[in-house]
Design a protein around this ligand. Structure first.
Ligand SMILES: [Fe+2]
Ligand SMILES: [Fe+2]
Length: 138
C-alpha cells in the first residue's frame, strides 16, 4: 500500500532530479509500510537513516546544479534544504531517544514537505532553466 502516490505534476523535467524525487517518494512509502506492518524500531531506524542519507545526497545534487547554472534563487533554496535537514535531524534525535509516536508524525511531515518543496520550490529552478532555454544534464 502506498501513502504517497507519484503524480506527473511533480516532474521538473530534469531526468536525474525526477528520478531522485521518485526515489524519495518511494522511500517514504517503504517507511510508511514498515510502520504499518509493525516492523521493529531497529528496522524503522535503519530505513530512516538510509532516507536521511538519500535526502542529503539529493540536496547536494540540486545545489550543485543551481550553482553551475547560476540560478539566482540559490541561497533561498539552500535555506529551505537546510531547514528540512534540521527538522529531519530533530526526528532522528527523538527516534534515538526512544520516542514511540514519532513515526506517523514523521511521515506526515515528509509528505507535506515533499509536496510543498517539489511543487513550489523545486519548480522555481525548473522554470528558470526552462526560461533560459537550458537543458541541464546533472
Ligand atoms: Fe530542492
Ligand atoms: Fe528536490
Amino acid at each position: 500500500m502506498s501513502t504517497f502516490l507519484w503524480e506527473p505534476s511533480f516532474e521538473v523535467n530534469i531526468k536525474i532530479i525526477d528520478e531522485q524525487h521518485k526515489k524519495l517518494v518511494e522511500t517514504v512509502n517503504i517507511l510508511y509500510d514498515s510502520i504499518v506492518s509493525g516492523e521493529s524500531s531497529k528496522v524503522l531506524f535503519t530505513i530512516f537513516e538510509r532516507m536521511v542519507e538519500y535526502v542529503t545526497f539529493h540536496f547536494e545534487t540540486e545545489e550543485e546544479l543551481m550553482v553551475r547554472l547560476s540560478f539566482p534563487g540559490f541561497q533561498e533554496h539552500k535555506h529551505e534544504h537546510e531547514e528540512c535537514t534540521k527538522k529531519v535531524l530533530e526526528f532522528k534525535h527523538k527516534f534515538e531517544n526512544g520516542e514511540k509516536t514519532i513515526s506517523i508524525e514523521l511521515i506526515s511531515f515528509l509528505v507535506d514537505w515533499i509536496h510543498h518543496h517539489l511543487l513550489c520550490v523545486d519548480m522555481k529552478y525548473a522554470a528558470f532553466f526552462k526560461e533560459k532555454g537550458i537543458t541541464p544534464r546533472a
